[in-house]
Design a protein around this ligand. Structure first.
Ligand code: ADP
Ligand code: MG
Length: 590
């Protein structure tokens, strides 16, 4: 039977998409204030934003009639008909945010349009019992959200501790403030003012207020904010980046904006990081606020409403505009060392035929791009198979597919190889990550930023254990920060292991470390030693949730077929077995 969902349920579902935590609610409300032309916005949160968020703006305000509509689904003043969709310039336009937020919280909205005698207040609890009354208030709008998700246990479970949710709220406010230098922002957390920006339209002042003077003094300007720079037409790049020597261990202070909007873009991230690497072999990440302007028609911002992920119609063009803009700036502020000259030469060559992702150079780089070593080399049309197949450059093989959600079938030479996906992944984690790290302590695992840092709660004993082996863990490419005495926030993990695996590996290592290890042995040596019996790698593999995407499978197959060691899982179970063509032919009595 098909049910038509009632409006309340529909809002709850939308809430799951639009607001998953206080910071995403906060973002929506603040963006509404900006859309309403506010230039002073005060944000106050308590209890990480879970118990209380208040946003006050001096924007256009709403009439009583509009106020009544504001929290209804698909209520938006920003679109009337299809034509409007093409020229959207405001931040929100789906008319979903307030409906979604109000369905999972207690909301109050105070609002008054200029010139009106009176203001109005709307009150609602979980989107029900909507009441509107006259209220004395200043021009503009104040939205108060209390007890977010208090009636939605399923959502609550995903919330982190107040301190972390509060950090996300501050973080999103920083991004919004950096993208709106014309707006003065104040952010107050548990009665303490944490951010204040002047709103004078000056990017430098805004960057200084957000990052703090000490950090900002070490930033250098890219572009001059009016001049077009870089080689590319129609793409403007400007902003501030840290000097090479002031890099950081995580990417949390990499801020990118496209056409005034804070975004996540792998292209921009890679371009700026590569620019750094082109000048100095650095393992650190820049602090930056980099603003990119590109023709609106060339961007697709709707990929994911929360991640603010952006796609460009010409990624390569954007990449090189940013790469050269940042590189030029850094170069002029950096004393070249002995290696620089030869690097520069290499770069000139690169400039002639730059290709996005520097194909074929940086070996390390490839670890983050799982598919790059197993790329489609040719169409296998001569065999009459018309679809694209994957061939490994040296050893030809063809991935036939996956059976029973766990077994990968491969055709290679005159054989069919069947790989147990979980066993193989387990072995890879064990072998490639842990063992390599033990052998070569300086192995540079290419880490990948987690969009939302993963929190790991530790017992006091585990925490003490970790303190002993922090460097060892970081050498594995698992990057984390201490949130408090017993909580880690994992910000980056090597692409080879899922974030869940990183947590499992850290816990396992912490346990061993806290138990004490024999002199001369490192924790990871010990871990590698006992992993064969214990299930560390196994659990990590199972939990890693490596998805069944074709890239992941291609990556896994490439490892299994090209690494001698990856034959048996740490428990001694086989990872793969083969059926020869003649075996098959025998079955058919050929
Ligand atoms: P959207 O922003 O996608 O239109 P929302 O649910 O976020 O949808 O907001 C619904 C409507 O409420 C907006 O279109 C706007 O007309 C009005 N509104 C929301 N917040 C404010 C505000 N701070 N000031 C003025 N109007 C607002
Ligand atoms: Mg909105």
């Amino acid at each position: 039977m098909i049910n038509l969902l009632d409006i309340h349920i529909a809002n709850l579902i939308a809430a799951g998409e639009v607001v998953d935590r206080p910071s995403s609610a906060l973002k929506e409300i603040v963006e509404n204030s900006i859309d309403a032309n506010a230039d002073i916005i005060t944000i106050e949160i308590k209890g990480g934003g879970i118990s209380y968020i208040r946003v006050t703006d001096n924007g256009d305000g709403m009439t009583a009639e509009d106020l009544g509509r504001a929290i209804l689904r698909h209520a938006t003043s920003k679109i009337k008909d299809e034509k409007d969709l093409e020229k959207i310039t405001t931040l929100g336009f789906r008319g979903e945010a307030l409906a979604a937020i109000s369905s999972v919280s207690d909301i109050k909205i105070f609002t008054k349009i200029k010139d009106a005698q009176n203001g109005y207040m709307l009150e609602s609890s979980s989107g029900q019992n909507i009441k509107i009354s006259e209220a004395g208030c200043a021009n503009g709008t104040t939205v108060v959200i209390e007890r977010l998700f208090s009636k939605i246990p399923a959502r609550q479970k995903f919330l982190k501790r107040d301190i972390t949710e509060g950090m996300y709220c501050k973080w999103i406010t920083e991004k919004i403030a950096l993208s709106n230098p014309n707006v003065s922002f104040k952010f107050i957390q548990d009665n303490k003012q944490k951010i204040f920006t002047p709103g004078n339209g000056n990017y430098k002042d805004t960057v200084y207020s957000v990052f703090g003077d000490e950090t900002a003094e070490n930033l250098i300007p890219v572009g001059d904010f009016d001049e077009k720079i870089g080689d590319e037409e129609n793409i403007k790049v400007y902003g501030f980046v840290s000097r090479i020597e002031n890099g950081q261990k995580t990417r949390v202070n990499e801020n990118f904006f496209v056409n005034g909007r804070y975004v996540y873009s792998k292209t921009i991230m890679t371009a700026i990081e590569e620019a750094y690497k082109s000048i100095s072999e650095t393992r650190t990440f820049p602090i930056c606020a980099l603003y990119v302007k590109v023709d609106e028609s060339k961007v697709d911002i709707n990929v994911h409403p929360q991640k603010m992920e952006i796609k460009f119609s010409d990624e390569k063009q954007v990449y090189s505009a940013i790469y050269y803009a940042v590189k030029e700036t850094l170069g002029s502020f950096f004393e070249p060392d002995a290696n620089f000259a030869s690097k520069e030469k290499a770069d000139k060559k690169e400039k002639q035929n730059i290709s996005y992702r520097n194909q074929g150079s940086e070996k390390k780089e490839r670890q983050s791009e799982n598919v790059s070593e197993t790329r489609p080399l040719r169409e296998n049309s001569e065999n009459g198979i018309s679809e694209k197949t994957y061939f490994y450059e040296k050893q030809n093989y063809k991935i036939l597919g996956e059976a029973f959600f766990g077994y990968i079938l491969i055709e290679k030479d005159e054989k069919i190889i069947i790989i147990d996906k979980h066993a193989a992944h387990e072995r890879i984690i064990y072998d490639i990550i842990i063992k390599n790290a033990v052998k070569n302590k300086n192995s540079n695992f290419k880490s990948q930023l987690l969009f939302v840092p993963e929190e790991l709660e530790l017992t006091p004993k585990e925490a003490a254990g970790i303190l002993e082996i922090e460097d060892e863990i970081k050498n594995l490419g698992i990057i984390f920060e201490w949130k408090n005495d017993n909580t880690l926030s994992i910000t980056e993990v090597p692409s080879e292991i899922g974030d869940a695996s990183a947590g499992a590996i850290i816990k396992e290592a912490a346990y061993l470390s806290s138990e004490g290890i024999s002199p001369g042995q490192t924790v990871f040596e010990k871990l590698a030693q006992i992993s064969a019996k214990k299930s560390a790698a196994c659990r990590a593999a199972m939990k890693s949730g490596i998805s069944d995407s074709s890239e992941n499978i291609a990556w896994l197959v490439e490892k299994v077929l090209n690494y001698e060691n990856v034959r048996y899982c740490p428990h001694g179970r086989p990872v793969a077995f083969e059926i020869t063509k003649s075996d098959i032919e025998k079955q058919f009595k050929r």
